[in-house]
Write a protein that binds this ligand. Sequence first.
Ligand code: XBP
Ligand code: MG
Length: 259
Amino acid sequence: MTLEALLFDVDGTLADTERDGHLVAFNMAFADAGLDWHWSDELYGKLLAVTGGKERILYYLDEFNPDFKRPAELETFIADLHKAKTQLYTDLLGQGKIPLRPGVERLLNEARDAGLRLAITTTTSPANVEALLVNTLGRDSINWFECIAAGDVVPAKKPAPDIYLYAMQEMKLQPEQCIAFEDSRNGIVSTTGAKLGTIITVNGYTAEDDFSGALLVLDQFGEPGQPFTVLEGQVNGTDYVNLALIQKLHAIHVARAAS
Ligand code: XBP
Ligand code: MG
């Protein structure tokens, strides 16, 4: 099986969107709605246990704000709040405040030059993916991805494997033809459930997560002259993620899958 495609998570993997983007936008939406809720950075770290903004708001109410007097139409209330949050989040991205993580743009370009197929596989809303791509790589970059699998397109969000299964089905790919990129425990549970080989780049919220089953765990993709730190796995002298390294890891995944 040759490597055909790279599948990218967005939040935490392509950019550090959680602390500087999603968290800020959630709190702004709460204030705009006249709610006295405020999610601290520490609380948000706990809320990230649940993926998806709407699901996360419900988890917050269930676990951290049980005394809140819920409106009769709770689902609509949460959907409206989340819609406002998406608008605020895309506005933040429009201000150019959230850059891509080191090595992301270089790796995407290397993959495109080599003719690899690309997909986005994320829990976040499609509007948020578009805003990040447009504001970091330019409008044309949306077309670099053959499939943008995002948000509510599947009913079960990560850690369910569904978003990865959906993207592979759309692209008519088998897991052994792909490598996935993730940053979190929920992400690797999702990719592993879809039988994908996975490269992890951690961030502040996920550095302590359990990444059992990952092909490699790094602090970042790295760049020439800006080496990554290896947290788990073997890189044989390479110090930034390039296609040669991904091909070697892919071969290991195919061998593991066959055994
Ligand atoms: C990302 C998420 C998202 C964002 C919020 O998880 O959990 O829910 O925090 O996005 P992953 P929305 O990186 O594992 O895909 O508010 O648009 O749902
Ligand atoms: Mg993520």
